[in-house]
Unconditional design. Structure first.
Length: 79
């Protein structure tokens, strides 16, 4: 990954989009994952050969969502 660090808060109405850009004679093609909201739009570009990085991102995102579920249960007094 090329380096940039930024912070944005996910909100319940955050949008997520996935697009495929087919190969052309000059380019091998890529996919774009966009996460956006009112003021921020983050685009992750992945080229062929980076599928494992996307899979790792998906696994970590699922773990983070599970942790948030537990935090929510704790905040509600359910745990």
């Amino acid at each position: 990954m090329r380096t940039i660090t930024t912070t944005a808060h996910l909100e319940p109405d955050t949008t997520v989009r996935f697009s495929v850009f087919a190969p052309t004679p000059e380019d091998e093609g890529f996919v774009s994952l966009r996460v956006g909201g009112e003021f921020v739009d983050l685009a992750l570009i992945a080229r062929p050969g980076t599928a494992d990085a996307l899979r790792a991102l998906a696994r970590v995102a699922e773990e983070a969502a599970s942790a948030l579920d537990l935090l929510g249960e704790t905040a509600d007094g359910a745990v």
